[in-house]
Design a protein around this ligand. Sequence first.
Ligand code: XMP
Length: 516
Amino acid sequence: MKSNNCIVILDFNSQYTMLIFKILRELKVYCEVYNYNDISLNKIYSINPSGIILSGSSYSVLNNGPILSDKILNINVPILGICYGMQLIVKMLGGTVESIINCREFGLSRIMIKKYSNLTNNIYDRINNDGYIFLDVWMSHNDVVTKIPDGFIVIAGNDKCQNAIIANEKDKIYGLQFHPEVSHTKCGINLIKRFAFNICNCVPDWNINNIHTTIINSINNLVKSNDKVILGLSGGIDSLVTAIIINNIIGKRLICIFIDNGLLRLNEYKLVTKLSNNFNLNTIYINAKDKFFNALSNISDAEEKRKIIGKVFIDVFLEQATNFNNVKWFAQGTIYSDVIESKNKIKSHHNVGGLPNNISLKLLEPIKKLFKDEVRKLGLKMNIPYNILYRYPFPGPGLAIRIIGEVRNNLCKLLRLADSIFIEELKNSNFYYRIDQAFTILLPIKSVGIIGDCRRHDLVLALRAVNTSNFMTAKWVKIPYNLLHKISNRIINEINEISRVVYDISDKPPSTIEWE
Ligand code: XMP
């Protein structure tokens, strides 16, 4: 049976798995990531992939590291094992992995190509005067392969790691001791490209037109001709893109519900109304601010706030849904990073798992397999204006997780204003589009200030601005001092209750983007 044009990445909790994913998607190869724990052999059969990549890991195969069913090596698709993934293949096929102190390597290393392989042919960094060919690679391993399994040959290695690339060309199983996905391995992308296109025979068809058609087909298959769909429109692009796609297919059978929870950015209601009119969406507007503030009173724990907001949202939402008959689907703009971050359980964020179990509505998440940049491309295709698509992401619990401690209506008003000043100044100085997310945070402390002859004892506000490509890692942005100065002056002058502004200079990791 012809395989589906898809690569499955099995993740052994490697910090680099997302890099493999991103590289493949940028090569326009469709791929899916599964944690080794979450996928069965049957599921892999049903996906019928063109290839499988086994990620690295901080585990050791010598020390109860996760294993896979041996059968995975017999399903007759090309397999690429990276670091731990390679050691696992070796162990499963009867080779030997050992922990040898002198063989440990962390960082840049050079390996020599000794034999021809379909994976590496013509890929190298350097040829020396004697004609020897070398690759510069990023190593990160304690254990090494000391005996390769039958049927394999050694393609490349060095003194510390004799078996840095191994191959079984007949079965198309390859192992790399280093990390091709890390940018320090200069030829790494070429190796992944070679695996995807020449070994797995993938076709680079993961482009926006195909994505669009696939999504339309899946909605058509799921939503029957009389079914109605309800969707929470938040003003963010994920729910907007989701709404427009569904609306283009089922028109007024899509009912969008915009709930003002009092935790939104400035003028959000106006913006959503405008967008909804422009795209002909059938939208109901609900003011539920009081319900949210009542439920949040006296609550200062971030996770508890998130849960309460999620619950009140669902209550208000489902109450509205009962006003319509034949509502079968609850649509959400969940995207891939929501799913992955929720699995990490760092924070209980995002849309994932928002519906109570006893609800008969089915979940419709048409853009669940896309990353933010792909959602934006899709949005452009659907004529959503650039300035909307490239608005900074805004978390579902909104300002509640940017007010440290208890959330009150008056604090939200201050924060909303401060945030709008920050954003306005970033736009005025042409910095806005050089930053991926920026916002303000209200701290639960007061500090002393003076205005004229008067002492004041008022709130402290933090500014946060980050650059990130996937929101899983991020760097703080070096906004020029004069711009920071201007922003801080404006905020302190225009908002009486704020007497001090500070700038957050923490990367993710170790910090997260949001403060709570
Ligand atoms: P963190 O703080 O986890 O944020 O580094 C990564 C991205 O996710 C957004 N975020 C949230 N989005 N509900 C959401 O819908 C949440 O509870 C939530 N917490 C963080 C954050 O704004 C950033 O873009």
